[in-house]
Design a binder for this molecule. Structure first.
Ligand SMILES: Nc1ncnc2c1ncn2[C@@H]1O[C@H](COP(=O)(O)OP(=O)(O)OP(=O)(O)O)[C@@H](O)[C@H]1O
Ligand SMILES: [Mg+2]
Length: 318
């Protein structure tokens, strides 16, 4: 088995390899073609192409010399904004290699910066606008201060739609010579939540186990229970079979290695799939919220899960 990490092996090298994110890729490509680009702010969830698209920009703008003209920093790694400012200063001070209009600084996880640090970043961006463009990346744009947002063209990345995730799975499996059945593809698409990195990591682990991947393998590797089994737990409880529901729940958690928080989030999603009148569903959703909150606050997960199941049974029989 080969040792490269698939998330790197399958990182897009060109604009046309970036899946999904339609409007965004075209607009960013247009900046590169004209050789003029504002500062950019990429927002969105994990594993949807923010870092990848920035690297494509650098490759396309700078060709072989892209390494020398591209600086990647992580706002949450580096201790404090001062370190970032010094690194930016050092990088911006040296002239760009080759005939390029500016260098690019990619700053990941900007929403980890405090408001004060963001103010400092804003001044840094202004000071080096002559020589550098910033691409900022964050999960949520609402955590970025307005003065920075207004200096950037903002691009909101989305989880990848089903067709694109399936395309990615097919491409990798074909290339790696692994077989995957339709149910497993469907399962992988569901557990990925539109995150390509998650797809690639699960696929690589699955392929290491077997060259014929089925649904079972996908669920066992992904810390996600089969939706069917979670639904069963809910249905047992709703039918007042509390003890059976409790047993099934523990079983599912053990089998898939799930924490209380993992499972309560899955239960929450399954509520919408059970046969039940709307008001009762709303009460279940409310109870889920309570249990989830208490668990994140550190309350014992088994106590909370049992209390939740008791509530489900009470609601089911009310
Ligand atoms: N839109 C995409 N098209 C094709 N592959 C993708 C896409 N998005 C992500 N990938 C794959 O997932 C890996 C991780 O993606 P990337 O580093 O771009 O995520 P990100 O959006 O920056 O996430 P994070 O917020 O966690 O930093 C890439 O190396 C690539 O293999
Ligand atoms: Mg990234």
């Amino acid at each position: 088995m080969e040792q490269t990490i698939w998330t790197e092996k399958y990182r897009p090298k060109d604009f046309n390899e970036v899946l999904g994110q339609d409007g965004i890729v075209n607009r960013v490509e247009a900046f590169v073609k004209t050789g003029s680009m504002p500062h950019l702010l990429f927002t969105g969830p994990a594993g949807v192409g923010k870092t990848s698209l920035s690297l494509v920009v650098a490759r396309q703008m700078f060709g072989n010399a892209w390494h020398s003209n591209f600086l990647e920093l992580n706002a949450s790694d580096e201790r404090g904004i001062d370190i970032i400012r010094n690194k930016v200063k050092d990088f911006a001070r040296t002239r760009a290699i080759g005939d390029v209009p500016f260098k690019i600084i990619y700053l990941d996880e900007c929403d980890a910066l405090t408001r004060e640090a963001q103010q400092a970043l804003r001044r840094t961006m202004e000071n080096y606008t002559q020589t550098c463009r910033f691409i900022l990346s964050a999960n949520y744009s609402s955590k970025i201060i307005d003065p920075i947002q207004s200096r950037c063209a903002i691009f909101r990345f989305k989880p990848l739609p089903k067709e694109d995730i399936l395309r990615l799975i097919q491409k990798i499996c074909k290339n790696e010579g692994v077989q995957i059945d339709d149910n497993a593809m469907e399962a992988l698409q569901i557990v990925s939540g539109g995150d390509c990195r998650r797809v690639e990591n699960i696929l690589q682990s699955a392929a290491a186990i077997s060259d014929k991947i089925d649904e079972e393998v996908i669920y066992s590797l992904s810390s996600v229970a089969r939706p069917k089994e979670v639904k069963e737990v809910l249905e047992l409880a709703l039918n007042n079979k509390f003890i059976d529901a409790r047993e099934k729940l523990l079983d599912v958690m053990l089998n898939y290695g799930l924490s209380g928080l993992d499972i309560i989030k899955q239960i929450q999603r399954e509520i919408y799939n059970v046969e039940l009148d709307g008001r009762k569903k709303m009460r279940l959703v409310e109870k889920c919220g309570e249990a989830e909150f208490r668990m994140t606050e550190g309350s014992d997960e088994f106590v909370q899960l049992e209390a939740f199941l008791a509530n489900v049974a009470l609601i089911g029989t009310s």
